[in-house]
Design a protein around this ligand. Structure first.
Ligand code: GDP
Ligand code: MG
Length: 300
């Protein structure tokens, strides 16, 4: 049992404004707490407030991305679901889904795949294809944010106390989806702005919202695509979608990069037609990008 004072000093960060955060305390109150810029606090963090300031508890499920300058930004913490949103229009760039799944898995977050815009003609085909290619990586949903079709299974999924965030190419319908399954989102933001005393036009990097049926979603207004993920080249294969079965059989070399080494289980599976050559090429491409980043980080 936590005492009354614990409940007014412990809480969860529900919004981040750069130099301040909003905390939802366990007693239900919401309040602004000023923090240093780049304090490292994240939306989703469990925190404790004492006279010295705000302390975040160690977190899991931290989703990070790399910006176009190669800098790593963490988006939110204590996530257990990454909702990758896809649509027939606009299509995701090549390799996007692989990168997203690797990013999720390497952070200990389970990916789910959401095909939006069910009303568009080719959507069921994209759904079938996604199930065939990625169905082993996580659940696949076919939804229409605009029509409301297929949203109940998604609501029910999140209601099992999942905390997720949607990512996807700009225009696939992430905001529409968030509004559809969290209809009082504007109200929540309004209450938050009132509680923090920050105006309506202040920019947040992220906000955490409770869903009517249970579960939570993080909204990240500025966050769209993301570059190569923060994962070591050695871990890439372990998390790469489609390699799971092949890697159950160890390669001849422990440090096999699965590019061209003899006795490689992945190449064997490619030869046997169990892994598509295009899939292996996508892996090699991502591996090359990660190698490049490692080289840059080492300064040569
Ligand atoms: N046809 C169709 N269009 C949709 C659907 N959901 C969203 N859109 C449209 O797709 C566009 C981008 O939506 P938005 O939510 O802003 O995407 P975001 O950039 O991923 O946040 C808007 O014009 C939406 O109206 C849908 O289910 N069907
Ligand atoms: Mg949007």
């Amino acid at each position: 049992m936590s005492s009354e004072s614990d409940r007014s000093t412990r809480g969860t960060i529900v919004a981040h404004y750069g130099i301040a955060v909003a905390v939802r305390f366990d007693d239900g109150t919401q309040r602004r707490v000023d923090v240093r810029r780049n304090s490292g606090h994240l939306v989703g963090d469990r925190v404790e407030l004492d006279p010295r300031g705000l302390t975040s508890q160690p977190a899991t499920g931290v989703l990070s991305r790399r910006d176009k300058h190669g800098r790593i930004h963490s988006i939110a913490s204590n996530l257990d679901v990454l909702g990758v949103v896809l649509a027939v229009r606009p299509q995701a760039p090549i390799g996007f889904l692989d990168r997203a799944i690797v990013a999720a898995r390497s952070a200990g977050i389970d990916p789910i795949l959401i095909v939006n815009k069910a009303d568009l003609a080719e959507s069921s085909q994209l759904f079938e294809q996604t199930v065939a290619d990625y169905g082993r990586c996580g659940r696949v949903f076919l939804v229409g944010a605009r029509s409301g079709d297929g949203l109940d299974p998604l609501r029910e999924f999140f209601s099992q106390e999942h905390r997720g965030v949607f990512i996807g190419t700009s225009g696939v319908g992430k905001s529409s989806l968030l509004n559809a399954i969290c209809p009082d989102i504007d109200l929540q933001v309004g209450e938050l702005n009132a509680a923090t005393g920050l105006g309506r036009h202040v920019t947040t990097t992220a906000t955490l919202h409770r869903l009517p049926d249970g579960g939570e979603l993080v909204d990240t207004p500025g966050f769209r695509d993301f570059g190569p993920v923060e994962v070591s080249p050695g871990d890439l294969a372990r998390h790469f979608p489609g390699f799971e079965q092949a890697l159950e059989e160890p390669c001849r070399f422990n440090d096999c990069s699965h590019r061209s080494e003899p006795g490689c289980s992945v190449l064997q599976a490619v030869g046997d037609g169990l892994i598509a050559e295009s899939k292996h090429a996508a892996y090699c491409q991502l591996l090359a990008e990660l190698d490049e980043i490692e080289r840059e980080n080492r300064g040569y």
